[in-house]
Every structure is written in C-alpha cells, then in structure tokens.
Design a protein around this ligand. Structure first.
Ligand SMILES: [Zn+2]
Length: 255
C-alpha cells in the first residue's frame, strides 16, 4: 500500500515537472542540457582514429543529397522561438539566410530516439544524417533553429546520429553522406570553408567564431559557460571533413 502511494506521488511529481518544463519558454540551459547530459554521462572517449582522411573517401563519388522530409512540430513552437531569439539575438525573426554550418553528433544512437528527444525538448536542427546515410530534413532550411547556441541567427545545424565520435567515424556511409551534404550546402548558399564549424568550436565563443552572439548572459556573453562546453562532433571528424572539402571544393555542378 505504501509503495503504491509512493508510486502515485512519484507519477504526480513527474507529471508536474513535465508540465512545468513545457509551460515556460525555453532558454540557454534547456537548449544545452539534453546533449550535454548525454555526452558526459556516456563516458566520451577520445577517438583512436588517425586525423588524416582515410584514402577510401578519396575514391568515393560525390552524390547530390536527397532529403527525406520529417519535420519537427516547429510551427507549434513559434511563440517560444520568437521570445528565444529576441532574448539572445535581439530580434524575433525566424527566417534564416545561412552563412555558417555547424556540425554535431547526437549522442543518442537512433534516428527515432533523436527525433523524440528534439520534439520533447523543443530543440531543433534543420538536418539530421542517419547511421545509414539517410538525410532527414527536420525543418525548412530557411528557418532558424536552436541547435547551436550563439550562432543560431546565422547557422544551419547538422546532427549526425552517433553515440560518440568513434562510433560516427566507424560508419563511412554516414560520414561520406555528411561530406556530400556539407559540400552541397556550401555550393547552394555560397558558404566558405572557414564557416564550416564544429559545435565545440562554437562553444569556445567569439574568439573562435566571431558571429557568436549572446545578448542575455552577463557572466559569459562571449562563450559557453565552462560547465556547458561542447565536444561534438570531435576533432578527427572535423579534420576529415575539412580535408575532404579542401580536396573536393564545392562548385555549381554540385547543385
Ligand atoms: Zn551539438
């Protein structure tokens, strides 16, 4: 009986907590919490892979990406997003004209799990690359997302579904799909290689990414607080991506 009562109280507590989370507008902490918690809980390991782009990628043929549309319920979040952009970036505009691309991995190992987590937390990115290389459009590319705190007013965010950097690098189909996707987007929006950045570079703030903007945080206006520093998608992945893009620069023919 006592256990039963405890269970009821626990359920009520969880329900109230959930309601409270849903009722208040999202902020810095909410945006960062999910990924950060997972990253630090799952025992992030440094990648054992060589920083040099493996030769097999040089033999792979660029393929223009196709998008599987699987939109998050972003229209329902419009009011929250307008207040979020007003608070951190100074305007309520939700339109995006991308001049930067931020790379991430999800830490959550499945596309379904990632989709659910993003929906639940009202966190968004425009694009997600699945473990098999499928590219999902989670939001229109001309709409601002909340995936990379500090640069969401200018950046497209790409999530790669993987639990760690090593996990990601072990799947060449997925890695190569992400290379093709970035090459395509660079050509489409005329984005230079210098504006292809990792989430961990964004977390270093203005000194690394001059576009970094945070009008709200008075303690850390120029970078993420140390407790929120990011690791995704890892330095080896970024080295490989940049090597590939240097050797295969984007062109109009990619479109
Ligand atoms: Zn990230």
């Amino acid at each position: 009986m006592l256990n039963f009562l405890r269970m009821r109280i626990l359920i009520l507590f969880i329900a109230l907590t959930t309601l409270n989370v849903l009722a208040r507008p999202i902020g810095n902490e909410d945006i960062n919490r999910m990924q950060f918690n997972h990253e630090h809980r799952s025992g992030y390991k440094k990648s054992a892979k060589s920083k040099k782009l493996p030769a097999k990628y040089e033999d792979m043929q660029y393929k223009k990406p196709t998008f599987k549309v699987w939109h998050l319920p972003y229209l329902e979040w419009e009011q929250n997003y307008r207040s979020y952009f007003k608070k951190y970036y100074g305007d309520t505009n939700l339109k995006l004209n991308p001049s930067m691309i931020v790379m991430h991995y999800t830490v959550i190992p499945t596309v379904e799990g990632t989709y659910r987590a993003l929906s639940r937390n009202e966190v968004s990115v425009q694009l997600m690359v699945g473990p098999d290389g499928t590219i999902y459009e989670l939001m229109p590319l001309n709409r601002r997302c909340t995936g990379a705190y500090g640069v969401n007013h200018v950046a497209l965010s790409i999530e790669m579904v993987a639990s760690t950097e090593s996990d990601l690098l072990s799947r060449s189909k997925q890695v190569f799909a992400s290379f093709c996707l970035v090459k395509y987007l660079m050509a489409k929006y005329d984005i230079p290689l210098s504006k292809i950045v990792a989430h961990y570079e964004v977390s270093e703030g203005k000194k690394r990414v001059p576009e970094y903007t945070d009008l709200y945080d008075k303690v850390y206006p120029d970078r993420y607080p140390p407790s929120s520093a990011r690791l995704d998608p890892g330095p080896t992945y970024m080295n490989w991506l940049r090597s590939y893009l240097k050797e295969n620069p984007p062109s109009r023919e990619d479109l």
